[in-house]
Design a protein around this ligand. Structure first.
Ligand code: C2E
Ligand code: MG
Ligand code: MG
Length: 611
């Protein structure tokens, strides 16, 4: 109700009554006029009341608008800002004056803002409101997630757009935190089982497409319970955190380490070439966990058991693979803990054998377990011994003499061949010099080079230094190479071969006929000798095809002015054939097997010849 005090009509009424009195009207006229004035005043009184209410409402609305935490802007239908509230200024960092007259999308400096607003305006063409998330960046670079809503109001010329923006950064952060916690282990920060399963599914799909192998390593700590029971849960937690750090440190970025719960972890290795790689990683992890853990100022030792399964070898489904890895882990536990087992027994055995061989090979050089045997090369015209091929042997403790066929490929893979090859070269040069000093001055020594050795940058200086240290005439050293190792990078190979040849060293193409037998390159390689591969020599006397191959190689050597030698000569029929075709030299069991150096010395002293 409108109070009399604030109601101006009371005053109007008083003044009108006074004016009527002064007009000296007759009573009827006065009564009539008073009645009319009263009616109008009543209307005015009502209008005044409504106006007052309106004012109160407007003031209230203004207070609401200014007090709300949402940033509000009113624009015309094109988005040109006409009015903003205080929160809008607070959120956008603009004053009212700065905002007014600007297009709404110009207040957001984020690079995607333009496109987003274009979508909003497109949506408003056929709907009256829109709401969605958007990143808002202020001109000072500060940015936050906002919820933006807009509603179309009015119509025609008077149409307005009312925009409301709300900062939802905190909600976003807690949402992200909730999502993170749903997929990660809170203690270690590692992916949990759920995320791991997702990643495994994706990895299986990718590996299937790329025809690649995956490895799953299921790891369970062996004595975690003792820590938990003995030192308390807080110490147990620390131990798990440190374990997770060590595990992460042993895999590549693209691999996944997850904690499945308790003291169980699982590793997913992608792009695995060989089962051995998974075993190598497992061993690395075990070695790293064997380092002491420091807890509460005390040292503590831990070990683990690891079960390995491979995709697609052991299964193609995520669940099955995880069960296999788990089962293999139990086998590792049963086998005495602190070790790993592969799911497939045959593969397990193969990998373990290879790993044991690799470990033993690593120690073999230091333990001086290598020997060099020598096999004579004989020239066929006179039957004289003209050279020796140095062939490495490994006297492996408990295994007897291991042939190079068994360990050279592994040493090549692991790179150990470089050290082994260097040692053989030193031995062979020194031994040849010793034979020269005993009077066998024409004797040459041949040393096999492996692909990896041949690619070493320091091969030429190594050969130079070794020759220098032994005092052997470079012309008495022959290096045997194979075509396959030259063909991987022909231009580099030509450079290296020329440098070796320039030292005076002889070069021989080993196992010729087995590989490319590329005559074009043969012409460009500075070779001195071709060694006909054993596989052709074997049946040379009974197989016409082999006979013509050997015949061709001998003729070709002659026209290229190369020395030619047949390897693997075991019987007299083969020898007769080679003699008939005027092959230069032979090497094989028929004359002698590879022998230790002292037996070769005796042979040389006795002057043994081929008849
Ligand atoms: P290779 O260079 O072709 O050596 C000849 C191989 O044939 C030797 O085997 C030798 O014992 C064998 N052999 C010789 N005469 C006969 C024969 O009449 N009948 C048969 N059945 N075999 C015969 P080994 O010593 O087992 O060596 C095998 C391969 O290992 C060598 O083939 C060579 O590629 C590699 N190798 C040996 N020593 C070394 C080395 O010091 N460094 C490198 N990189 N490779 C080596
Ligand atoms: Mg050889
Ligand atoms: Mg050979």
């Amino acid at each position: 109700m409108v109070s009399n005090k604030s109601n101006p009509t009371v005053e109007w009424r008083r003044r009108l009554s006074a004016a009527l009195r002064e007009m000296n009207l007759n009573p009827a006229q006065q009564a009539r006029l008073e009645e009319i004035v009263e009616q109008e005043l009543t209307v005015l009184e009502q209008l005044h009341g409504e106006l007052t209410l309106c004012r109160q409402h407007t003031r209230l609305l203004e207070q609401v608008l200014e007090g709300t935490s949402e940033g509000i802007a009113v624009t015309d239908s094109q988005g040109c800002i006409q009015m903003v509230n205080a929160s809008f200024c607070g959120l956008t960092g603009l004053s009212g004056d700065q905002a007014r007259g600007k297009h709404i999308h110009r207040i957001n400096c984020h690079e995607e803002a333009g496109d987003k607003f274009a979508l909003v305006f497109a949506a408003l063409e056929d709907q009256s409101a829109w709401g969605g998330e958007m990143v808002h960046r202020r001109s000072d670079g500060h940015q936050f997630h906002q919820w933006l809503s807009v509603a179309r109001m009015g119509g025609g010329q008077d149409e307005r757009l009312v925009w409301a923006l709300r900062d939802i950064s905190e909600i976003k952060t807690s949402e992200e935190r909730i999502t993170y916690l749903a997929y990660h282990d809170a203690l270690t920060g590692l992916p949990n089982r759920r995320l791991f399963s997702d990643r495994l599914e994706v990895a299986i799909a990718t590996a299937t497409r790329k025809k690649q192998r995956l490895a799953l390593l299921f790891l369970d700590l062996d004595n975690f319970k003792h820590v938990n029971d003995g030192l308390g849960h807080a110490a147990g937690d620390e131990l798990l955190q440190e374990t997770s750090r060590r595990l992460r440190g042993k895999v590549r970025d693209e691999d996944t380490v997850a904690r499945l719960g308790g003291d169980e972890f699982i590793l997913l290795l992608v792009g695995v070439q060989e089962a051995e790689y998974a075993a190598v990683v497992a061993q690395r992890v075990l070695d790293d966990l064997a380092r002491p853990f420091r807890l509460r100022g005390k040292e503590f030792y831990l070990s683990a058991s690891v079960g390995i399964t491979l995709f697609p070898d052991d299964g193609s489904e995520a669940e099955g693979l995880m069960a296999n890895a788990d089962m293999a882990m139990y086998r590792a536990k049963a086998a005495g803990r602190n070790n790993y087992k592969l799911f497939t027994p045959a593969l397990n055995e193969k990998v373990q054998r290879r790993m044991a061989l690799e470990g033993a090979l690593r120690q073999a050089i230091g333990n001086q377990e290598f020997l060099v045997h020598y096999q004579p090369k004989v020239e066929l015209a006179q039957g004289r011994v003209v050279g020796m091929e140095a062939l490495v042997r490994w006297e492996r403790p408990g295994h007897g003499l291991v042939s190079p066929g068994e360990f050279i490929p592994l040493a090549e893979d692991t790179g150990q061949i470089v050290a082994i090859g260097r040692w053989v070269l030193e031995q062979a040069c020194r031994q040849a010099k010793a034979w020269h000093d005993k009077g066998h001055r024409d004797l040459a020594v041949s040393v096999n080079l492996s692909p990896r050795q041949f690619q070493q940058k320091d091969l030429v200086p190594l050969v130079t230094d070794t020759l220098g240290a032994s005092g052997l005439d470079p012309r008495s050293l022959e290096l045997e190479v194979t075509e396959s190792m030259l063909m991987s990078s022909v231009d580099d190979a030509i450079v290296t071969l020329n440098e070796l040849s320039a030292l005076g060293v002889r070069l021989s193409m080993d196992d010729f006929g087995k590989g490319y037998s590329n005559l074009y390159y043969l012409k460009h390689f500075p070779m001195d000798t071709l060694k006909i591969d054993r596989s052709f020599v074997r049946d040379v006397a009974v197989e016409p095809d082999d006979a013509s191959i050997v015949d061709t190689i001998i003729n070709m050597s002659r026209s290229l002015k190369l020395n030619v030698i047949a390897e693997g000569v075991e019987d007299t029929d083969q020898l007769r054939f080679l003699r008939e075709r005027s092959c230069d030299q032979m090497q094989g069991f028929l004359f002698s097997r590879p022998l230790p150096p002292d037996q070769i010395t005796q042979m040389l002293t006795s002057g043994l010849r081929l008849h």
